[in-house]
Design a protein around this ligand. Structure first.
Ligand code: SDX
Length: 428
């Protein structure tokens, strides 16, 4: 919880003599916060639909400066982490607050490797889904069901249990994600392999079959690792806030993460990467882009440019810039740099960024704009895109859950502005 106020705000309300003094707290970076907790006692609630101006908690994990396109994980800029770090090293950083030593990093990688298998009975769970089930529907169900398998680590007040659960979730998500894909194909599940790196192992479980060897290209596995890294955490976004709210009731971490997966699925959030490819497919050609830009600007038309805009970034999403560079590297490696979908995306981005509507509303490409093009080029089907996002975001979700549970918390319980019927008697 916030500590010593650095200044205070005075709230004067029409017709009331006494002003209300509200303490203001300062963080290490970003806006100060006004503590409005005492307003309830004065007969008022704050009103902030969508939590546009609301800080829901203290946190030390990730900082975003939306105006300047800055994203820091435990103080390290995302651009430097993308260039110099790896996904599992970032997982360690998010969970522990510091980069690992060489020995700590190796031990962490080894621990994760030895948690990648899932209980064999979970295979039956998958059999209950029809082959055409959306893999996000499967992932929501299976991750929530993990609580039925791990009774040995569900004491949320036990630090060792929280640590084991964090390792299990980070390790098992790629396995469950690949199983969701294989189930849809009707192909046998491929077991994880401890001789492969994290991203390489995921791609092997996705694309290998028992019939022949499958060797993952180093460029492709590096791109996959970077995609996971770029999705690892993002402050108090909708799905992370969902994990915190679910966790604030004392629900087990598997249930809380499953709630986060469900929230991520929406096209305004993690579902946008799938929606970008669907949108580009609907636009169909560069020639049609002006028509769709016009639709996006029409208040009466629900169409939006998916992968554009952000609640916090009113500048380029720094992850989008790294993703764009990765996109070029992957398509060049695959010899498809003249991919028509990429050409359309680049033209759409160029036209939108020059259009007054997008400039005035400060709408820029976000993390989802280019990720789908890379995933499509790697051969990952569109319906798996948000599953990839969920896999990448797992360390962020679990780091925020651990920070909340270990740091003292209250059950989240917002109030409302009631506009319904006043009290009335039942007729008769
Ligand atoms: C993610 O929060 C996070 O950190 C999320 C995330 C993470 O890592 O966790 O970064 C991941 O979810 C990225 C966002 C992915 N979603 C999309 O790409 C979907 C398209 N984007 C929009 O739906 C929208 O920009 C949101 C949902 C992302 C943000 O919505 P806000 O902050 O509520 O802003 P808004 O919808 O009120 O838009 C402000 C204005 C509106 O016009 P006015 O009502 O002011 O006239 O901009 C317009 C909107 O109509 N607008 C768009 C637009 N996005 C916003 N117009 C056309 N195309 C768009 N993409």
């Amino acid at each position: 919880m916030a500590d010593t106020p650095t200044k205070s705000a005075t709230l004067r309300i029409d017709g009331e003599d006494n002003a209300i003094e509200l303490p203001i707290y300062s963080g290490n970076l970003g806006p100060d916060v006004i503590d409005v907790g005492k307003l309830t006692g004065q007969g008022y609630f704050t009103y902030d639909p969508g939590f546009v101006s609301t800080a829901s908690c203290d946190s030390e994990i990730t900082f975003i400066d939306g105006d300047n396109g800055v994203l820091l994980h435990r103080g390290y800029p995302i651009e430097q982490l993308a260039e110099k770090s790896s996904y599992l090293e970032l997982c360690y950083l998010l969970l522990n607050g510091e980069l690992p030593s060489k020995e700590e990093g190796e031990a962490f990688v080894d621990t994760i490797k030895h948690h990648t298998m899932v209980n064999e009975q979970l295979r039956q769970f998958f059999m209950g889904f029809k082959p055409d089930a959306h893999p996000m529907a499967i992932l929501c169900g299976v991750v929530g069901a993990l609580a039925a398998f791990y009774h040995d680590s569900t004491d949320i007040d036990n630090e060792e249990h929280r640590k084991i659960t964090a390792h299990r979730l980070i390790a098992k998500m790629p396995t469950l994600a690949a199983m969701s894909y294989k189930h849809a194909l009707g192909q046998p599940f491929i077991y994880p392999r401890n001789d492969l790196g994290y991203a390489e192992n995921f791609l092997h479980m996705m694309f290998a079959t028992p019939c022949e060897d499958y060797v993952v290209s180093p460029t492709i596995s590096k791109a996959m690792d970077r995609i996971f890294l770029l999705h690892a955490d993002h402050e108090q976004n909708a799905s992370t806030s969902t994990v915190r709210l679910a966790g604030s009731t004392g629900a087990n971490p598997f249930a809380s993460i499953a709630a986060g997966i469900a929230a991520l699925w929406g096209p305004s959030h993690g579902g946008a990467n799938e929606a970008v490819l669907t949108m580009l497919d609907e636009i169909g050609s560069v020639e049609n882009i002006p028509t769709y830009i016009k639709k996006a600007k029409d208040k009466d038309d629900p169409f939006r440019i998916m992968g554009f805009g952000h609640r916090v970034y009113k500048n380029y999403d720094p992850r989008a810039k790294v993703m764009q560079q990765t996109c070029h590297e992957v398509l060049e490696e695959l010899g498809v740099e003249d991919d028509p979908v990429l050409a359309m995306a680049k033209e759409l981005e160029k036209i939108a960024l020059e259009d007054d509507y997008f400039v005035e509303k400060r709408l820029y490409p976000n993390v989802d704009f280019y990720s789908g093009i890379i995933l499509k080029a790697i051969g990952i089907p569109v319906e798996m895109f948000t599953v990839i996002f969920a896999t990448g975001r797992t360390p962020g979700w679990i780091a925020h859950w651990c920070e909340m549970i270990s740091g003292g918390y209250k059950i989240g319980r917002p109030r409302q502005l009631y506009k319904g019927s006043i009290k009335r008697d039942y007729p008769g």
